[in-house]
Structure formats: structure tokens, C-alpha cells
Design a binder for this molecule. Structure first.
Ligand code: GCB
Length: 596
């Protein structure tokens, strides 16, 4: 799905701001047709934001079910005759959308965009009422999965198997945009080859509407100069004296797609930014433009006080600046696709991204304390993760690739975080998903982040993937505080994985750390312990050639649900939740920048 962009034929209006808002405690809104009139109550809610971070009190914070958003939108008067589209960048976790009294779309999945062609339901120059019901519930067939448990006193509890708070609502922007009726509906750009000074790019353009048209392509460099041209909806173009997209130097071209009518008149123009770069795996090496790349950086979260998971441009740019300060060249969008603005920024600044689906917590072996309360369960069974879950997962992969395929910053698709990969059923579950990912994008390596109990002898799926992403907590969850044993076990396990002949990126390692807590004996939770633990991992990585990346868990402290190992959230951040450095931030800066 194309991102709404402005051009000589396209306009867009951002619908962010205060929307009317109602919690639907009794679940009456759908039966009572709340879309057909102003919402009950006088609630206001900022968009984008997580409503359960904005509202005070336990009830709102732990609310499960439908929440309603509504606002009146003025359709620009110049849009007569245009195709008018309503787009939501995300609704967590599913939504139904009405314009006036008409349902215009619905969508499952909380982290990818969806849209509705509303041309037939609105008039240029007039107002329209937009109503969105967002459902916050996680169940066995959602990605991520969960279940709602009914307690003895009748209260409901949302259970899930992942370690970040279930922030929900309209966490990203909403747009109204106009395109011509016959329009460019999709663009794919790939780097076919780079040879010496020049490069061949491949492109495919899809068009919707009447078929009396032709496609013209102009490739523009970063200064806007035309450097290549082509005709036709599918083809190649050659760029001489090409400027490659490189880690740390994110050079971007624009593929300017022009749709011409039968008489040669311009029908639609869509500018698609792209970068020229190759990605490949060669034995233990991870190559970008044929050169070995070492990942430094973090697993992150979209998480900040008051906003919850709501997108905030200032926080995003601040985080990128902190990553630059510390010398991080990459991050993983753990554990869901981030707002696309992260990828636009990463593209422009040469930050390397491992792009992950929201398939986190497909593992009832970890449980994060849940299983103690709900009893033991198999991960894959007819009543837990099953074929319908796999179908939602497949759709999540499709939507991730559809949105992010043209971002040069994305170098690996991570299709899951820490799934249960020990039972044989895991192979049947994952094999078709890996095949689908490769079919949709043959140009990028495919991976998943492996859970610590799925050691080389036990894991049954890693051979299906190109890169080994490992999450390990030696010295923290295992051998707590004993870094000598931890170092020995970590090295032994990594050497075993290295025999697989694939590159290894350590995508999680770290220790919860209470800022300001100091210890002469390097006790766990102290700032000294975090520094020591990270240094131990780095010594091991430096001894093993197959390790081509280190991404610490986590960039910053973040909110979780309640738990006996969580003190006001997860504290494995190298920065606090409000982005102050812990001692480890300075130590990392010395390792990654060398000049500090
Ligand atoms: C993990 C998970 C991550 C958790 C982390 C932790 O393995 O992938 O989501 O937050 O451990 O700190 O427990």
C-alpha cells in the first residue's frame, strides 16, 4: 500500500488532533449504532496516542474491549472529481470505520496501515463524520496472541505472553488524501545490480482505474536532477555514477512515476524515494554493498510516558540523535512494525533496520508469569496457536512487506520474536511463513529472534532462515550475577551456532538496572553490573567471527504489565524511560565510537 504523498496530482490532509472518545464498558456501541450520532459522553482523546496511557486510573489503564473515536472532517472543496481516501496508519489491535452511516472498512492487526476509498460517501467542500471503533483485545488468533481470562468475581483480565504493556487505540496518524480516479496504486523498486560506477534498478508499477494509460519513469537524484528514464509499467533503469545508500550515509533517489492518458496528458504523479544498495549473506558475513557490516545498536520500543505507544516526532528524532551520540548504527523494530516515519528517517540518515512483525509471544513456555495463573498449555494446539493464528501471521507479514519493501534501511525481515521453536509443530507452522516471506521479497534475508531455551540441539526451525538472531540472558535470567559461568556458557553456545555457517546477530542481551543504584560488588540491578555484563558479552563477541552484530536489550526502559520481576516496567534500558543515560550508555559510547 502506497504512503500518501503530495505531488502535482495528489493532496493530503492530516486528521490528527482531538477526537471525540468513549470507552464502551458494556459493549453496547455496535448494537446501538454509535457511529450514527455523536458519541455518548464528552470525552476527548488526542490522536495519535494510546488512550490507556492518557487516561488516569486503573480501569482505563487495564480496559479491555471497544473504544470509540469520532470527529467531523471538512473535505477540501477542491477535491471534486478526485478519488478520496481515508487512511489510518494503525489502529491497535483492530478497527471498523464508518463515514456517516456507512461502514467503509475494517482491519485486523495493530501496527500496519489500512485505508478506505470513500469517494462515493463524501462531497468536496462538505463535512463528513468519521467514526472508528478500535478493539483492544488480544486472543488466540490475533498477532500478537493472548486470551481474556474471566476471574472468579467476574472481572476480565487480558493475558498475553509478551513483555510490554498492551497500549492500544489510535496510536498513529489518520489522513484524508486525494488521488486521481485512475492512479498509481503500487510501486516496487529494487536494486538489480551494482557494477563499478553504475547500477541497474528494477521497478514495477501497478495502476488502478481505466487502462487507457502509459507509465513514464524518471529517476531523480537527491538534488532533483533527472539521472535515468524508462517507459512502461515494469522495467529497468540504469543509473551512471551511482551514489550508493550506505550505513551512515543514506543517499536517496526518487523514482518519479508519471501516468499519462491516451492523449499524453499527465493523469497522476507519484514520487517514490528509494536507495541503491545490495544486501547479501555470505557464510558468516552479512554484506551491504558487498562489504561486511557489523550491527551495533538496540532492540527498542515505541514507548514514552503519557503517549504510551502513540507516535511522537520529537521523541523519535531524540532517540535517533541518542543512537548517533552513542554510536549505534542499527536497531530492530522489536516487537512490531514501527510508525513508517522511523523508516523514512533511517533511510535518510543511513541507519540500518531489522524490521519485525508483531508476532511476539507465540511461546507458552516463557509465559512471563501468565502460565502459573492459567495452567500449563502447549504453544501449538487446536485451542492455542493454530491455523487461524498462522493466517493472521501470514497477513501481518504481507502487510509489513507491502508497506516497507522500498525502504533501503530495512535489511532483514524478522518474522517473529522468541516463538516456541522446540516442538515439531513449530516447523509446520513456520515453513510456509518463511516461503511466503521469500516469495514476497526475494531480495532480503529472512530471520526470527530465537528464545534462550531453543539451543542448537533443541531448535527445529533455524535452518529455514538466513541469519541467526539470538536473544540470550546468561548472567541475568540464567546464572544470575555469576558472570564467570555466564561467559563460559555464552561462548560455548555461540560456538555451536557458528558451526551452522550463518551470520549471528545477538538481538537481545542485557540486565535490568535501577538508575542511581550503585554497588561495590557489582550486584545485579546496579549500574555497575549492567556495565560489567555488557562488557562480558562484548569480550565473547570479539572472539567469535560469526557474530556480526550486537543489539542490546533495550535502548530505554519501557512499560510492561505488572510482575514480580518488573519494577515500574522493564529496566533493561541503557537510557531511562525519559532518556537519561545510565552508566552503560557512556561505556557503550566508548566501545562503539572509540572517540569518546
Ligand atoms: C525477551 C523478550 C523481550 C523482553 C526481554 C526481557 O526475551 O524478547 O521482549 O522484554 O526478554 O527483558 O525479559
Amino acid at each position: 500500500m502506497l504512503t500518501p504523498r503530495e505531488s502535482t496530482t495528489r493532496e493530503r490532509v492530516l486528521l490528527d488532533g482531538l477526537w471525540g472518545f468513549s470507552l464502551d464498558h458494556e459493549g453496547r456501541g455496535r448494537a446501538e449504532r454509535w457511529w450514527a450520532r455523536p458519541l455518548p459522553g464528552d470525552g476527548d482523546m488526542p490522536v495519535p496516542a494510546s488512550f490507556n496511557a492518557v487516561l488516569p486510573g486503573r480501569d482505563a489503564h487495564h480496559y479491555i474491549g471497544d473504544v470509540w473515536y469520532q470527529r467531523i472532517v471538512q473535505v477540501p472543496r477542491g477535491w471534486d472529481g478526485e478519488r478520496i481516501v481515508l487512511r489510518l496508519d494503525a489502529a491497535t489491535h483492530r478497527a471498523v470505520v464508518w463515514v456517516g452511516d456507512t461502514q467503509v472498512t475494517e482491519h485486523e492487526g495493530g501496527y500496519t496501515p489500512f485505508e478506505a476509498d470513500v469517494t462515493e460517501h463524501v462531497r468536496a467542500g462538505e463535512q463528513m463524520r468519521v467514526t472508528v471503533v478500535v478493539n483492544t483485545e488480544l486472543h488466540w488468533h490475533s498477532i500478537p496472541p493472548g486470551f481474556v481470562q474471566e476471574l472468579e468475581d467476574g472481572r476480565l483480565l487480558q493475558q498475553y505472553f509478551h513483555d510490554f504493556f498492551n497500549y492500544a487505540g489510535l496510536n498513529r496518524s489518520v489522513w484524508l488524501h486525494a488521488t486521481p480516479r485512475t492512479h498509481v496504486s503500487d510501486v516496487t523498486v529494487t536494486t538489480a545490480e551494482v557494477d563499478g560506477q553504475s547500477s541497474t534498478i528494477g521497478y514495477v508499477v501497478a495502476v488502478a482505474g481505466d487502462d487507457m494509460h502509459s507509465v513514464r519513469i524518471v529517476v531523480r537524484d537527491a538534488d532533483g536532477a533527472a539521472v535515468a528514464r524508462a517507459d512502461g509499467a515494469e522495467g529497468t533503469a540504469r543509473i551512471e555514477r551511482v551514489q550508493l545508500w550506505r550505513p551512515g550515509a543514506g543517499y536517496l533517489y526518487t523514482l518519479e512515476v508519471t501516468l499519462l492518458g491516451a492523449g499524453g496528458e499527465v493523469v497522476d504523479v507519484y514520487p517514490q524515494p528509494f536507495g541503491v544498495r545490495t544486501v547479501a549473506v555470505d557464510g558468516h558475513r552479512f554484506l551491504i554493498n558487498g562489504e561486511p557490516f557489523q550491527f551495533t545498536g538496540f532492540g527498542k520500543h515505541e514507548d514514552f510516558p503519557v503517549h504510551g505507544r502513540g507516535f511522537d516526532l520529537a521523541v523519535m528524532v531524540h532517540d535517533f540523535q541518542l543512537m548517533l551520540w552513542i554510536g549505534a548504527n542499527s536497531f530492530r523494530t522489536s516487537h512490531y512494525p514501527y510508525d513508517e516515519a522511523f523508516l523514512d528517517y533511517a533511510d535518510r540518515h543511513g541507519v540500518v533496520v531489522i524490521d519485525e512483525t508483531a508476532a511476539v509471544g507465540l511461546n507458552l513456555d516463557t509465559g512471563a508469569g501468565v502460565l502459573n495463573q492459567a495452567g500449563p498449555m502447549d504453544t501449538y494446539s487446536d485451542t492455542t496457536i493454530d491455523a487461524p493464528t498462522q493466517q493472521t501471521h501470514r497477513q501481518a507479514i504481507r502487510e509489513l512487506i507491502a508497506r516497507d519493501k522500498n525502504h533501503p534501511s530495512v535489511v532483514i525481515w524478522s518474522i517473529a520474536n522468541e516463538p516456541d521453536t522446540i516442538p515439531p509443530a513449530a516447523r509446520a507452522y513456520f515453513e510456509p511463513l518463511v516461503a511466503e516471506t521469500r516469495r514476497l521479497d526475494p531480495t532480503r534475508p529472512v530471520a526470527f529472534a530465537n528464545f534462550m531455551t531453543a539451543t542448537p540441539e533443541r531448535d527445529v526451525i533455524s535452518d529455514l532462515f538466513d541469519v541467526l538472531l539470538l536473544n540470550r540472558y546468561y548472567g541475568w535470567y540464567a546464572n544470575t550475577g555469576d558472570l564467570i559461568t555466564a561467559e563460559r556458557l555464552l561462548e560455548a553456545e555461540l560456538r555451536q551456532w557458528a558451526q551452522r555457517g550463518k551470520p549471528i546477530v545477538m538481538t537481545e542481551y542485557g540486565a535490568d538496572t535501577q538508575p542511581g543504584l550503585h554497588s561495590m560488588t557489582n550486584e545485579p540491578w546496579s549500574e555497575e553490573f549492567q556495565v560489567e555484563l555488557l562488557a562480558m558479552y562484548h569480550r565473547v563477541f570479539d572472539r567469535i567471527d560469526a557474530v556480526v552484530g550486537e543489539q542490546i536489550w533495550n535502548f530505554a526502559d519501557f512499560a510492561t504489565r505488572s510482575g514480580i520481576t518488573r519494577v515500574d516496567g522493564n529496566k533493561k534500558g541503557v537510557f531511562t524511560r525519559d532518556r537519561r543515560p545510565k552508566a552503560s550508555a557512556h561505556a557503550l559510547r566508548r566501545r562503539w565510537r572509540g572517540d569518546a
